[in-house]
Design a protein around this ligand. Structure first.
Ligand SMILES: Nc1ncnc2c1ncn2[C@@H]1O[C@H](COP(=O)(O)OP(=O)(O)OP(=O)(O)O)[C@@H](O)[C@H]1O
Ligand SMILES: [Mg+2]
Length: 597
């Protein structure tokens, strides 16, 4: 075996393997160079998804012929004037992109510095192929043709022009969001696709992301320890089957960082089904010394000095915004159909808040509902239950009395042993009893846990549950988290677990099944999740066990108690999987169904 130094041409091709994976990655490098050159306008032209042509023109600083020659050499950059790679503010800094692209395509570089003449250099698959004067406005124009023509291995992995075009479009959008102050145009096969004027970050995002985010989005703006997070995310109910509309930026650099993607997921945990994905455009501004951008050849990943703090800011900030919004959207819904309390006061759904958040009974006192004055939420629910136990409003009977003014109405019956049908002042409410109850149990467990007082049901004789060894190991590893939720367990030999108590919120429950599900849950969660995330997830699994199953017959009192508790519990409009727990058919809609309107 003889060791040899590789010729520069081969080195460039190897670098191209890392940097230029497909047309969209070459396009990314060219646009980033234009932005680094101070362009105010970037014009992109593509043919056949970039497979035939990628052309990027800018009105940036331009290059002299000597600089152009240097730019095409490897490790030549203007972006690290003082060797301090820790404080990079430009997109590029490796001095690799142009020579890499030129080694796997035919590249025409034209440039003109203001006040000088233009020049053109052509490189064909790494070989110089002529240079000479060029006519162009000040700035730079680079055309890349026949990408990977001589690299069959790469060519094989390219997808259809349509798929490559989709990737290119996505890349332009990402960079256009990163630099909303710059004008962008995009043409594909002679068709104008985008024409973006300089704008603010929110304006640009609104233009490029689903317009529906006007109605289904939540604005984000929070900061901690010099780190700021801004942007917009979708409500949990507005989601997608693929995670293709998540745009993340660190100091204006578009990234696909795993930490950030994971934090986004964690913020939606238990609000959205696992195979659904939110839409997001999030901008993280971090002091330069807190983040290393030199960890990935295509610069799409970064490393934070304190990943935990960044993750905490994102999960906490998004979660808070989503919680606040869920209360506001409940308010909007109610406002659309004004409901009056029995006292005659206008119903203020801002009061639909968790006792923990609004300081317990105070809100009810403030609400001016005389009957509830001075009572805790639990007492209100108990009182309801008492009232309805006495009330003759039996199921499936005509409503003879006026309907008390509850937002979710009074239970009139149960359908298919699964849905509660209730009559509200303004229409008919249908509730999915299992989905609703599951949410309530989860919120109760969370409130109890956060208040440090989880009621446990202690078993007189501890129950032994047999499980296979890996499952026992998983549960054993989570003993303290489960304990916090009221589930006290101990290892009992190699393949069994002893259960001493479980959360009282569960009522009667199949402990063996619960443990098996939890073990599966923990196995699936895996990864470096924070304790809190795990707890939330585990709580959701436990909640599911403790919930009223579909198929259980409920008494009128039980149904009404469920409705009343839903009215005072945050996030109760959605089950733990992001589906609605109730729907309302307004009087108008019912009339329409019968052709009365
Ligand atoms: N559109 C442009 N306008 C002006 N100068 C440019 C342009 N594109 C490239 N250059 C010059 O060419 C140099 C080399 O570009 P290249 O993309 O290869 O490396 P880089 O941007 O410095 O680093 P990286 O490899 O990380 O992108 C740049 O440093 C810059 O000085
Ligand atoms: Mg570059």
């Amino acid at each position: 075996m003889s060791i040899r130094r590789l010729p520069p041409e081969l080195i460039n091709r190897i670098a191209a393997g890392e940097v230029v994976e497909r047309p969209a990655s070459a396009l990314k490098e060219l646009i980033e160079n234009a932005l680094d050159a101070g362009a105010g306008q970037v014009s992109v032209r593509l043919s056949a998804g970039g497979l035939e042509l990628i052309e990027v023109a800018d009105d940036g600083c331009g290059m002299s012929p000597a600089e152009m020659r240097l730019a095409l050499e490897r490790h030549a950059t203007s972006k690290l004037p003082d060797d301090s790679i820790e404080r990079v503010t430009s997109f590029g800094f490796r001095g690799e992109a142009l020579p890499s692209i030129a080694s796997v395509s035919r590249l025409r570089l034209e440039s003109r510095v203001r006040g000088a003449d233009g020049w053109r250099i052509v490189v064909d698959h790494g070989e110089p192929d002529g240079e000479g004067p060029a006519a162009l406005p000040p700035g730079t124009r680079i055309a890349v043709e026949r990408l990977f023509d001589k690299v069959p291995a790469r060519r094989k992995f390219l997808r259809s022009p349509r798929a490559e075009y989709a990737a290119c479009l996505n890349m332009v959008k990402r960079l256009a969001m990163a630099r909303s102050d710059v004008a962008f145009t995009l043409e594909h096969d002679g068709r104008r696709i985008l024409s973006l004027q300089p704008s603010s970050a929110p304006g640009r995002v609104a233009e490029l992301l689903a317009h529906e985010l006007d109605r289904h989005g939540v604005g984000i703006d929070c900061a901690r320890d010099g780190v700021r997070l801004t942007g917009v995310i979708s409500l949990p109910t507005f989601n997608r089957g693929v995670a293709d509309q998540q745009y993340l930026f660190v100091n204006s650099r578009p990234v696909k960082d795993r930490l950030l993607v994971g934090a986004l997921r964690a913020a939606y945990r238990d609000l959205i089904a696992r195979d659904r994905h939110p839409i997001a455009a999030l901008f993280l501004d971090v002091p330069l010394e807190e983040v290393d951008v030199n960890v990935h050849p295509a610069k799409t990943e970064v490393r934070f000095r304190d990943p935990g703090a960044v993750r905490g800011l994102i999960v906490g900030g998004l979660r808070r915004a989503l919680d606040e919004e869920s209360q506001r959207s409940a308010a909007r819904e109610q406002a659309a159909a004004p409901v009056m309390w029995t006292s005659g006061a206008t119903y203020d759904s801002n009061l639909i808040r968790h006792p923990r958040e609004n300081g317990g009974p105070a809100a009810f006192q403030e609400s001016g509902i005389p009957a509830f004055a001075g009572m805790t939420n639990a007492e209100v629910v108990a009182e309801d239950e008492r009232l309805f136990d006495q009330a003759p409003a039996a199921r499936a009977e005509p409503a003879v009395e006026p309907v008390p003014s509850y937002p979710l109405g009074v239970a009139r019956g149960q359908v298919a042993a699964t849905y509660i049908v209730a009559e509200a002042e303004d229409g008919l409410v249908i509730v999915d009893q299992h989905a609703a109850h599951e949410r309530l149990v989860l919120e109760r467990m969370r409130a109890a846990r956060d208040g440090g007082a989880v009621a446990r049901q202690v078993l007189l004789i501890p129950e032994v549950v047999e499980l296979d060894e890996p499952d026992c190991d998983r549960l054993e590893g989570a003993i303290s988290e489960l304990g916090e939720l009221g589930l006290e367990i101990e290892r009992f030999g190699t393949s069994a677990i002893l259960v001493r108590s479980f959360p009282a919120a569960l009522g009667k429950t199949d402990v063996a099944k619960l443990l098996a599900d939890l073990a599966a849950e923990i196995a699936e969660l895996g990864g470096p999740l924070s304790l809190r995330d795990k707890l939330d997830h585990v709580a959701a699994t436990i909640a599911c066990h403790g919930s009223v199953r579909a198929g259980r017959i409920l008494s009128v009192a039980e149904m009404n108690a469920l409705l009343r508790e839903m009215e005072v519990t945050p996030r109760s409009g959605q089950c733990n999987h992001g589906r609605p727990t109730w729907v309302k058919l307004g009087h108008g809609e019912i009339e329409k169904l019968f052709g009365r309107k």
